[in-house]
Design a protein around this ligand. Structure first.
Ligand code: GDP
Ligand code: MG
Length: 163
């Protein structure tokens, strides 16, 4: 099934000069970038992006810290499309905690921070956000992009890699 997903290169990814590296990994797998821009998120956008579901998962303290994290510099926002794109992008990105992420994933290859350290500094620097499911991706794409900013075109690789 062809899906769309929201991918953010978080401020640590931008500041570490990893934009190209991250985009390369999405492209090399045959995924299609159908929207992309650099955005300095304001508090309203950050709070809409990280909702109460984060509080339920990680606690309110973590949500407040995440809102600061996503706002502390510009991010690259993208809509990525492809066959099972939501699952595929999360596989390419790797597990939430850098210390858990497999080698070969973006988080596994470019980050290393234990859960204990994440909790100590209350920041989970892990380079990328990627939508978790269809419901989230719909909501998140609508939050970051207008319909006009999302493009429709054919990748030559579609004949070989997708479907
Ligand atoms: P993801 O979907 O893999 O990004 O993970 P989640 O949706 O569960 O969490 C969102 C983000 O919160 C993660 O990407 C981390 O940056 C951050 N995070 C996860 N756990 C913690 C935590 O215990 N404390 C803090 N401050 N941040 C966390
Ligand atoms: Mg998440």
């Amino acid at each position: 099934m062809i899906q769309k997903t929201l991918v953010l290169i978080k401020p640590d990814g931008v500041q570490r000069g990893l934009i190209g590296e991250i985009i390369k990994r999405l492209e090399q797998r045959g995924l299609k970038i159908i929207a992309m821009k650099m955005v300095q998120a304001d508090r309203i956008l950050a709070e809409k992006h990280y909702t109460e579901s984060i509080t339920e998962k990680h606690g309110e303290k973590a949500r407040i810290s995440l809102i600061d994290y996503i706002m502390y510099g510009p991010v690259i926002a993208m809509v990525v499309q492809g066959s099972s794109a939501i699952t595929l992008v999360r596989k390419i990105v790797g597990a939430t905690f850098p210390g858990d992420a497999d080698i070969g994933t973006i988080r596994g290859d470019f980050t290393h921070m234990s859960k204990a350290r994440t909790r100590q500094i209350n920041k989970g620097y892990n380079l990328v956000h990627a939508s978790e499911n269809e419901e989230d991706s719909k909501k998140e794409i609508g939050l970051w992009f207008s319909d006009k900013e999302i493009h429709d075109y054919k990748l030559s690789a579609e004949d070989y890699l997708l479907g």
